[in-house]
Structures are given as structure tokens and as C-alpha cells.
Design a protein. Structure first.
Length: 361
């Protein structure tokens, strides 16, 4: 696991050294949407990633239904997390845990849950976590006073580890793991646990990846749920290192997230440079307005555009109203000659910055 830990730190430094400033706003928006979609889906949310993005753009007064409310609540919790991590004096506290829970479950109907209030099971009402498909069920503490004591102990333990120099890459997943075992609220525990993990990582200088982890957890949801039980059972057997498997899983997720973010930054920078290149070609009259529109539309498509589909598009037909087929063919040919568009073997158009199979290195 030591090698994996070093690889995560190396990937983090590589991301920090990339041209982030040029694309930071765009990258942050993408990460937030993907993360909220991921962490919501883990808990049974039904919004697609596209619907999640649309929900996050809503004014609070426009919210319709619980699913949109859940998405906006998570955005509020992420904002809270970022603000806390930016505070040099911040450290994990019970008040922060309660505040994060209040943000996440605000206006979400639930028979017993109250935003920002710890669970305190009435007599005869039992709480169980997990299922047989993921390693079994677990009965967390039931009484509010015990839950409070355990959370206070977790907060104190994290502070002690921090003072001893234990890095956030170790502390964050451990806090996440033990918080979930305490399971202090009636609803929202998973979402809160992932926000706590992300906040500790952000406070230590990690950007974007802490929230990107939610998507990794969703993509490996069975392992994610199962490992809580695997580690809990290892602890019950008095294993000397009961949490190693969860830590390794977390580090694997961080490495995958950081590498994906680095690739995305490079792609966004390529897009930005290409957009500037297109504009320069147009300003220098190397391409006409029709050609500029075609390249822009192909880029906006987010993927390859079949030529036949392009030729049927209303905007394309409008560009060439009263123009000959020869003009259409000439415009496309010159775009390809200048490297602004590429045509693959399937007769599909790509933006010029995309590397296709068979391109020269």
C-alpha cells in the first residue's frame, strides 16, 4: 500500500503542475455535477447526470420534487465544505458534521430524520446497516448519547492523528469509514461521510479529486459497500490492520481520479487552444463564416458527427441556402486540409485536435 500512497502523491503534484488556471472554472463545474450525480446515485437517487446538471442550474424557487432538492442540497454541502477547507483554522468538529447533515437533508421528507439532529432510536425501533449481498448487516449504536460520544471521540482522534503528522490521505478515509459505522443520523449518512472525507482532503491541498471520488465509489459500488463489512469483521477478529483493504480501495480511487482529472485538464486545454486557433483562422480570413460555424458545431456536439447527419441539420441547411453542392464540398475539404476537421473511417467528422487511429505521431 506504501507504493500506492506514493503514486497518489505523485499524481497530485502532477495535477497541480498542469495548466489548471486556464480551465479551472470549467473543470470545477464538471467535477461538481459528476460528483453529485455519483454520491446521489449511491443512495438511490434517480436523476441522470444531465438532469443533475439542469437541477443545479435552477433557482431554489424553481425546484420541483425531492430529487432536484437532493441535488441542490448536496451543492450547498459542497459549498460548505469548500468554505471550511479554505479556513486555515478549520478542523473537523461535531458542529461541522451537524451542519453538513442539515445542508444535505434540508427539506427532504423523512419519517424520523431531522436535519442537524443525531439519531436517538425510540424503544422497539432498530437500525441496521448493510445487507447480505455486501457482507452482512450491522447494528450501529442506537442511543443519542452514545452516538454523540462516539462522534466526539472520532473528532478528537482525527485531531490527535493530525498533530502527530498522519497525512490526510490516511486520516480522511479512516474518518469516512468510522463515521459510517457510527451511522449517526436517520438519513443522509453516506452523503455526509463522503463530504467529511472530501473536506479533510481539501484542507490538505487536494483539489477536485476529493469530490471526484464519489464517482469512483459509484462505479465500484459493490466493493465500496462490501469493504465496510470486510473491515468491520476483520476488526472483530482483532486483526492488527483491519482497515487496510478500505484504505487501499480509497487510494486506488484517488489515483484513478487524479489521473482522470489530469487527462481531462489536458483535453480542456487542447480545446481552449483549438478554439483560439479557429478564431485566428477566421480573423485572418483563412476560413469563412460558414466554415467557422461548422467547426464550432462539431466541437459543440461533444463527439463525432456523421457527415450525413451534418448535411441534414437545419443550421447547416440554412448556411448553404442557395449555395451549390460544390461549395459545400469545397468548404469541408478546405477545413480538412487545414487540419481543423478530421474524417474517420466511419465517415464521421471530428475536431482537429482529436487524435484518430492512423494519425502520425
Amino acid at each position: 500500500m506504501g507504493t500506492l500512497y506514493l503514486r497518489v502523491n505523485d499524481a497530485h503534484q502532477r495535477l497541480r503542475g498542469s495548466p489548471l488556471a486556464q480551465v479551472a472554472n470549467r473543470l470545477e463545474k464538471e467535477v461538481v455535477v459528476s460528483s453529485i450525480f455519483g454520491t446521489n446515485s449511491i443512495e438511490g437517487g434517480t436523476l441522470s447526470e444531465e438532469e443533475t446538471q439542469l437541477a443545479l442550474e435552477l433557482d431554489p424557487a424553481q425546484v420541483q420534487g425531492v430529487e432536484q432538492r437532493r441535488a441542490l442540497n448536496l451543492k450547498a454541502a459542497y459549498d460548505l465544505s469548500r468554505q471550511a477547507a479554505a479556513n486555515a483554522g478549520w478542523c473537523l468538529s461535531l458542529d461541522f458534521i451537524l451542519e453538513a447533515h442539515a445542508a444535505i437533508t434540508h427539506d427532504i421528507p423523512h419519517e424520523r430524520n431531522r436535519p442537524g439532529l443525531l439519531r436517538d432510536n425510540p424503544k422497539g425501533i432498530a437500525t441496521y446497516v448493510g445487507d447480505q449481498a455486501h457482507g452482512g448487516r450491522y447494528k450501529p449504536p442506537h442511543f443519542g448519547r452514545d452516538i454523540r460520544l462516539l462522534l466526539e471521540a472520532l473528532v478528537s482522534w482525527n485531531a490527535d492523528l493530525s498533530k502527530k503528522g498522519v497525512p490526510a490521505l490516511i486520516r480522511a478515509p479512516l474518518v469516512h469509514y468510522y463515521y459510517e459505522l457510527i451511522h449517526p443520523f436517520w438519513d443522509g449518512n453516506g452523503r455526509v461521510g463522503r463530504v467529511l472525507e472530501a473536506t479533510i482532503l481539501q484542507r490538505d491541498g487536494f483539489q477536485y479529486a476529493p469530490f471526484s471520488l464519489a464517482r469512483f465509489y459509484l462505479d465500484h459500488i459493490d466493493r465500496y459497500f462490501t469493504l465496510f463489512n470486510v473491515c468491520r469483521k476483520a476488526d472483530a477478529r482483532r486483526s492488527e490492520t483491519p482497515n487496510t483493504d478500505f484504505l487501499a480501495f480509497f487510494l486506488e480511487g484517488m489515483l484513478a481520479s487524479l489521473n482522470a482529472l489530469h487527462d481531462r485538464v489536458n483535453r480542456l486545454v487542447n480545446i481552449l487552444l483549438f478554439e483560439n486557433d479557429i478564431k485566428w483562422h477566421h480573423d485572418e480570413k483563412l476560413i469563412n463564416t460558414r466554415q467557422y460555424a461548422i467547426v464550432s458545431q462539431v466541437m459543440a456536439a461533444g463527439g463525432p458527427v456523421p457527415i450525413e447527419e451534418l448535411r441534414r441539420a437545419p443550421w447547416y441547411l440554412g448556411l448553404y441556402n442557395n449555395r451549390t453542392d460544390k461549395t459545400k464540398q469545397r468548404d469541408l475539404r478546405r477545413l480538412r486540409e487545414q487540419g481543423l476537421l478530421k474524417l474517420d473511417g466511419g465517415n464521421r467528422l471530428w475536431p482537429g485536435f482529436v487524435r484518430l487511429e492512423g494519425d502520425k505521431q
